[in-house]
Design a protein around this ligand. Structure first.
Ligand SMILES: Nc1ncnc2c1ncn2[C@@H]1O[C@H](COP(=O)(O)OP(=O)(O)OP(=O)(O)O)[C@@H](O)[C@H]1O
Ligand SMILES: [Mg+2]
Length: 319
């Protein structure tokens, strides 16, 4: 391979379980040292993609590579590069959190003292110091999840798969996890993160791929996705609320839809295609002699983007 180095690549990936086409056709590229957020509703195929990349499920068709190693034919090499946190906890409930982490470190060829040090470091980072010596089966759901996440990070993997990592975590634990992921990425780890939350993808991901019914339906940075879907929203606040109707009248000649007056908020909002319409609006409002208290534009929220791209929503908007 030449040029950019990719941590993960898949081309024409397919997987069926009986009659269910879990993954119909997936192409993905994750440049080394970046985070890709794989975003999709329940049953979209996210876990199946992760399981194929992590050598746990064999694809029916397609090419799939981790750092240039073929996941099917070179699975041994691939396993040394990856850390995996499954959607469901996988640590041993009968032994303590600290022992779990220590043993995994040893399995990954850390020295006894190295494994102990790494275990203690992660217990600290994931707020598990107090519970460290208790058997994991006595932990709460969120604590268990945190041990599982810590376990996937023990070996400072080159590639980390996080399958809905923050499901069931409280806001503080979620923040700790995000920080931990950022730290690993700063050290060169590449991440494939699945999530149902736009917010999480936006916090962590360099790029987002939206998957629906086993197919990638959109890819891009969060900003690109917002722009692709909905254009922007212009919001105008006249200095004098008595001017709302006059503002709306001026704006009705501009933009890609009819202006809407929100009398209670003292605002007129208008969908627009881009900046030229913003400039036009400012000019027209000034020419009409209308005093403004505020004017701004914003992109549609990422949740709006997600809903408009995926099919599970009854009132899906097409683009
Ligand atoms: N081992 C399996 N046997 C049969 N069907 C499966 C299996 N694994 C996944 N599926 C089916 O494949 C589809 C995709 O499942 P997958 O778990 O990849 O979705 P997901 O995007 O991870 O969903 P969620 O957000 O609920 O975790 C679903 O219809 C699921 O029922
Ligand atoms: Mg899943």
């Amino acid at each position: 391979m030449t040029g950019m180095s990719y941590a993960l690549r898949a081309e024409g990936l397919k997987k069926s379980f009986g009659a269910t086409q879990a993954v119909r056709h997936v192409d993905l590229e994750v440049p080394a040292g970046t985070v890709l957020g794989l975003l999709g509703p329940n049953g979209a195929g996210k876990t199946t993609v992760v399981r194929m990349f992590s050598t746990l499920v064999r694809p029916d068709a397609g090419r799939i590579e981790v750092y240039g190693f073929d996941v099917v034919r070179q699975s041994q090499q691939v396993r040394t590069l990856i850390g995996l946190t499954g959607q469901y906890a996988t640590v041993d409930g009968n032994i303590s959190g600290r022992e779990n982490l220590y043993l995994i470190g040893r399995l990954l060829n850390l020295s006894a003292s190295g494994a102990r040090r790494r275990a203690d470091e992660l217990l600290e980072r994931f707020d598990l110091v107090k519970a460290a010596r208790r058997p994991v089966h006595t932990y709460s759901g969120g604590m268990r999840r945190r041990v599982d996440l810590a376990a996937s990070m023990i070996g400072n993997p080159r590639v980390l798969f996080l399958d809905e990592p923050t499901t069931g975590l409280d806001p503080r634990s979620r923040n700790n996890l995000w920080n931990e992921v950022r730290l690993l990425v700063a050290q060169g780890t590449s991440v494939l993160l699945t999530t149902q939350y736009m917010e999480e993808a936006e916090m962590l991901a360099d790029a987002i791929a939206v998957i629906d019914s086993g197919q990638i339906v959109a890819t891009g940075t969060p900003t690109e996705l917002r722009t692709a879907v909905g254009g922007q929203v212009l919001q105008v606040r006249p200095a004098d609320p008595a001017d709302l109707a006059a503002v709306a009248a001026v704006l009705s000649a501009i933009g890609s839809g009819a202006p809407m007056t929100l009398a209670d908020d003292g605002l007129v909002v208008l969908p627009i295609g881009g900046e030229s319409e913003l400039t036009q609006a400012i000019g027209a409002l000034a020419a009409a002699g209308l005093q403004l208290a505020g004017i701004d534009t914003h992109l549609p929220s990422l949740d709006e983007v997600f809903l408009s791209l995926t099919s599970d929503v009854p009132d899906r908007t097409t683009t």
